[in-house]
Ligand binder design. Structure first.
Ligand code: FMN
Length: 374
């Protein structure tokens, strides 16, 4: 564990989000049994269960075509609105791609959905890794840095529309002239507009996160790997007068069992039964997407075969073991500045309930003990 002073945000309880299984095949590319379904009915049950088991957020993924084990996909903004309407408190984050949405249309769509749900919509701006998705839709696939330049303009544009009565924007990708979006998103205490998350790990992603994001989501990683990203993003944020403005979420695939041996055995079986061809295909597509970064530091550049079986490096976060082990590890990340865990599971309904019953109470006890000690 780190002995550094606690980050300023430590007094805030850790937040939890889960990956909405809105694409088929579950969250691991493996033939192991996954009692998880991608249908709306299943997702509706899950969302209600999750909000009663400590989850404040759900993240809907965006994928337009079959690839590496995800034969069917529900569109992210529509399922997000449906899940928010099916629940009472859950905030639902819809992943969206600049390049496939016009930012004005998206801002309008979310403003209405946010009004309808009393302020429970958010977006996750993803810059894309899947070239085929763009080219098959007839859209150009930009080089890595350009994808991020476009994403940054997209975020600035959407925020301008959500907050200004005479919105103006003059960028390389998008333009806006004296625009007054009505209605604006819902007025909710504690936020200026729906939360803007972004996902990425590269230097481009860190720069964009520091300059414009409310939340920076990263792939799974070790506590040191995450701490390095947090430092980089915070450095950029402070240079741009945004000290403390960005919060951090980390992906983790959680396998909680009553004994560590049981949990490890589940991981071993997932990897042993990996769909090798799909994992390798995915690995080469994402490495291609990251190779075009200037410094080759894109997400997945150092991922091993076993890491890629969970397609966002979720095993690397190490949330695998007994409730005590997982809770203790979460606190270690929290001490390094993590505000939120984005969790994936093998058998969602069972595992989400186990999390709420067995793991979350220990996290809260440990948080209280840490605060009492300072
Ligand atoms: C938490 C998280 C969620 C993501 N969700 C999606 C998604 O739903 N669809 C998608 O195409 N890419 C998604 N991505 C991947 C991004 O589009 C991007 O390809 C990836 O973050 C690589 O960025 P980098 O090269 O800057 O490291 C996600 C990334 C993260 C970290």
């Amino acid at each position: 564990m780190s002995n550094a002073p606690l980050p300023a945000s430590f007094h805030e309880p850790l937040k939890f989000a889960y990956w909405v299984p809105n694409v088929s095949g579950g969250l691991v590319v493996s033939t192991i049994e996954q009692r998880t379904d991608w249908s709306y009915d299943y997702n509706k049950r899950l969302a209600i269960l999750a909000e009663n088991n400590g989850f404040e957020y759900a993240l809907s993924q965006v994928r337009y075509i079959a690839s590496y084990g995800a034969a069917y996909q529900h569109e992210s903004t529509s399922i997000s609105l449906a899940l928010a309407l099916a629940t009472e408190r859950l905030k639902v984050i819809a992943a969206i791609h600049p390049g496939l949405w016009h930012p004005g249309v998206l801002a309008k769509w979310i403003a209405s959905a946010d009004q309808i749900t009393d302020g429970r919509l958010a977006i996750n701006v993803v810059s894309g890794w899947f070239k085929d998705e763009f080219t098959k839709l007839g859209e150009p696939w930009l080089e890595h840095g350009e994808r991020y330049r476009r994403s940054e303009e997209f975020i600035r544009y959407v925020r301008e529309l959500w907050t200004s009565e005479h919105a103006e924007f003059n960028g390389d990708f998008y333009r806006l002239h004296d625009f007054d979006l009505k209605p604006k998103p819902a007025q909710v205490a504690g936020r200026a507009h729906p939360d803007i998350f972004m996902g990425g790990n590269s230097t481009d992603a860190r720069g964009m996160g520091g300059r414009v994001a409310d939340w920076y989501f990263s792939n799974g990683n070790t506590p040191d790997g995450i701490a390095e990203q947090i430092r980089d993003v915070n450095d950029v944020a402070s240079v741009h007068g945004r000290s403390g403005a960005v919060r951090f979420g980390v992906n983790g695939f959680l396998i909680g069992r009553d004994s560590e041996a049981e949990a490890r055995e589940v991981l071993r079986e997932i990897v042993a039964k990996a769909d090798r061809e799909a994992v390798e295909g995915f690995g080469s597509a994402v490495k291609q997407a990251g190779q075009s970064t200037g410094d080759k530091k894109g997400m997945w550049q150092d991922s091993e075969f076993a890491d890629l079986v969970q397609y966002n490096d979720g095993f690397r976060t190490g949330l695998i073991g007994t409730p005590e082990q997982i809770a203790t590890r979460m606190i270690d990340y929290k001490k390094r500045g993590v505000n939120l865990f984005l969790l994936g599971f093998l058998h969602y309904l069972e595992d989400v309930e186990y999390f709420g019953r067995e793991i979350l109470p220990i996290v809260r006890e440990l948080e209280a003990a840490e605060l009492a000690a300072v």
